[in-house]
Design a protein around this ligand. Sequence first.
Ligand SMILES: Nc1ncnc2c1ncn2[C@@H]1O[C@H](COP(=O)(O)OP(=O)(O)OP(=O)(O)O)[C@@H](O)[C@H]1O
Length: 664
Amino acid sequence: MNKGDGKRARPKERRSGAQRGTKGERSGGAPAARAVSLIGTDEFAKPTWAAPGESAARRSVGATLRAVPGAITAIVRLSWRASPALTVVVGLAQLLAGAVSAYGLIATANVLTTLLSEGPTPDRVIESLPALLAVVASLATRALMDSVATVLQGRLRPRIMEEAQDAMNSAVVAVELKAFDDPSFRELIRQGIRRGMPSIDQSIRLLAEALRSAVTMVSALVATAVLSLWLLPVMLLAAFAEMWSATQVGKLDFLSFLHNATRQLRIGVVQDLVVKREVAAEVRAYRMQEQLMAEHRRVASQLTDETVKLETRKGYVQLMGRALSGLSTGLAYVLLGFLLHGGVMPLALAGTAVLAMRNANTGLATTMRSLNRVYELSHYIDLYHDLLAEAATRRHSDNAVVVPQDPAEIRIDDVAFSYPGSEQYALRDINLCLRRGEVVALVGENGSGKSTLSKIITGLYRPVSGAVLWDGVDLATATEASVLDQVALISQEPARWPMTAGNNIRVGRLEDEDASGERWSRAVTASGAEEVVDSLPNGAETILSKEFVGGRDLSGGQWQRIGVARGVYRDAALLVADEPTAALDAKAEAVVFEGLRQASSREGGGSRTTLLVTHRLVNVRRADRIVVLHQGRVVEQGTHAELTAAGGRYADMYALQADAYTTA
Ligand SMILES: Nc1ncnc2c1ncn2[C@@H]1O[C@H](COP(=O)(O)OP(=O)(O)OP(=O)(O)O)[C@@H](O)[C@H]1O
């Protein structure tokens, strides 16, 4: 059982009406739901993608300070890539806004010095007017620069986000299929989108703010130092206090995020189960509401406890930071008092010093907070960069070899394969040869490796050892496009593309002309999809998605017919049909198998290789060859007659199925 199990229950008043209702119904005698961990994974396990971020977050304050320029450079680089001109202009506008503030400070000092100097008051007021005008002008220019910077930032940020989004999508669509079987990579994608992307957006705003306040701060510090060097170290102490507390808070936030990452994943998964349409029927039929709610509450309660702990610790750190900063500011005022008392500084300059110190303080606090936030967000932006880097390592290699068109022979040489994170081989010692025009059936028990092998043959998965050769060309050396352009895959569960019914069928060859409509009619006839399309309100133009107004959904069997039509429409050299009829009625199944059998001849002549994965052995009798898989190995192959005569595994399976029909 996981560590958090059996923790305190949520207070009664927080239980939902739905739960109370379920409890009432259960008084009929059904067992009470236990607050068990439904998912069963270790919720304290640290995800592998978290390791680099964690060591970065545990750095000392000094190391953090040294890492800030790197974080800034990464954001500026993104911005530069999106628009060099806007990057420069936004930066200049912020610098100018800061410089104008500094100028305003000097002008204010001049006003004070004039007003507090010797002589009749009316004369001093008149004398201070030019400096006063300079103060007004600096305030107006600052407001103008701020507005310009805000408008330009408004133009720059969407471009950066568009660029960043595009880079991420391009990286993810290019990775090998196998990467999606790795939960660590999938989670990195999720974190890159949920945390990395918004952090980029926030950082740009914060960096602009930091730049502006840094200029104000530096000018105020210089002004303070000019008035008295004694004041400078005390001001810098205040800056250090601000920086220290901001870095500690950022560190606590990020470490807590890493610590709770797996829990957040779990709660997200459970949340999905509560709201997803696809599982809504089973959630109700299996009366899972109570279990799901209990799991959600259990994890939510742990997360709330963690948040409370985190906020308390952050509160202490902030209190210490503010106390130290307040102490050093107080020290600065005491020092100023001494300087005045000792006659080291005249009263007129003391007013300017107070102003400069206040400006320096505000500038310091804003700069430190913004910079630290930029640094903190850089951990999340790192997730985005990690995703790009990881995706790059999982891309198909940039091969130059093009496989021959319509290969006459597909050879599988001593192939072995295991899924990411699995120590067991899904396939081992596979040696097979498929010839052009052949219909080969892959049969075997659940989990024997049929789907995996079909993906190896098509190049979707790369074997961990051995080779797949198309007319002697190893797929490991071939371009992805040259291989997959010659493949049509009919999946066990075809993708339900949120597009029109027509495009759902044409999706593999959208760019091809089918002026005569011959390809279309061949596909919809061979699959039985014609009836489905005809039954839709707008025929082939009906959108197959309930997400859109006027959209329609189909039954499982109807989707499967569309999936078969999609595969046939693609008219590829290698057709792989993985359980194409599992959801079909008997009539539709007969149509599909006849269609697939005939599909070994291609449009416009020529022949294709067909690989058929199925459990319905009655349909494979006419296949040219039947390959039997067992626990990831080929254990038999031959024609139906040969295999039944041999009396092996296939003969047993076939007899069992035939018996079920004859004795029914
Ligand atoms: N994505 C995956 N990650 C890890 N292991 C997997 C994955 N997909 C399949 N496997 C494992 O690989 C082995 C072969 O699975 P495969 O799906 O190829 O079997 P199959 O013969 O097609 O099964 P079925 O008849 O049930 O469709 C099984 O042990 C399965 O548990």
